[in-house]
Design a protein around this ligand. Sequence first.
Ligand code: AVJ
Ligand code: FE
Length: 447
Amino acid sequence: MTESQLDPEQLRAVIARELTGARQRTALLTDSVDEADLVRQHSPLMSPLVWDLAHIANQEELWLLREVGGRDSMHPEIDPLYDAFEHPRSERPTLPLLPPGEARAYGHEVRGRVLDLLERATFTGPRLLGHGFAFGMIAQHEVQHDETMLITHQIRSGAPVLAAPSPGPAPADAFRLPAEVLVPGGPFTMGTSTEPWALDNERPAHTVQVAPFYLDTTPVTGGAYTEFIDGGGYDDPRWWTEAGWEHRQQAKLTAPLYWRRDGGQKNGQWTRRVFGREEPVRPDEPVVHVSWYEADAYARWAGRRLPTEAEWEKAARFDPATGLTRRYPWGNADPEASLANLGQAFLRPAPAGSYPAGAAPCGARQLVGDVWEWTSSDFGPYPGFEAWPYKEYSEVFFGPEYKVLRGGSFAVSAVACRGTFRNWDYPIRRQIFAGFRTARSGEAETA
Ligand code: AVJ
Ligand code: FE
């Protein structure tokens, strides 16, 4: 059910549910640590959690109370503190930020007024209100910061504070899956002009030609990645791009972030730290916390390459039986627990081959959820792109310095998850919940 098929009362209920769900997740992430932990900067790459907390409230106030509701700023003096473009993350701990209690109170007050506004909203008139877009954008913004805060939780040292069950074992058929699947060549419709809450960079829908290619059925696993490490992959410049090799040398990369060898021994067991707990690397789980450079090197070592963004989306959305592009790998239905690992239900990706009900028509599994997947593509606008409602969401990031990630991770909430959703980051970044799968070009079809 997309937001465009709802009457105003149904839409109001969906918005209230999404805003409330986002706030529950925010509360879980910020109530689980003490005040000192909230104001501490756990890494120069991340804001203190208390900054995210007030920034969520400030964006909600800016877009819903001021832009939509026509109100004045509640606290003009703090607005610049929570503008992501005024202060880089590394600087944020030095700012006179609202202390935790005040940040929570601010969020609570904004939310109360937003729910009042929602009661009266008609979803007509200004473009921002159509299909409740501004509300949807703000729910998505909050859960995006929930993922950011979960990254901070993974970085932080100290006793574990988050707990979640582990996903079950992969279904028996996972062991019989072919290593790769064929995606047929030809045109398909990429992006969207109809998904009401899609963000500007996902628009508009446009036709793209994709040559036939093979794609890994599942994301690359920790076990496969260990073979790359043990096979000397980090020590052989043949597998790396020039920039990648330079970075590997300078950053002294030897394994994914958070991995280490048990007892520091050469042939010891690989372990990794997961939200404060050290555990053996699980060979059947998608590898996570690798940079684009590492993913790209692995692919070359394996005699393959990363998929382009268009290839990824065609694999995930194109249905050869109808020639239509669908919302998700499994069809047009919204995500739910049996289809994909989303929403921080587990604090880890599920074993490779899980979620058979969520498979794409080509047979690939786990394209949505589990781990963000690096693609070979730079982040750029689709033909006909229009920045809306603000340039700082995506337009200012377009360019070759950012690589696109697709599919969402276990830390993405369903409201911010679509077959068209685009994420981006620098190729050196690995604190994000990123993995990858590999591809190879198929034979051109002869008539
Ligand atoms: C889409 C994840 C790259 O975190 O920088 C949050 C999302 N934009 N607030 C980011 C976002 C503004 C964005 N990413
Ligand atoms: Fe933000």
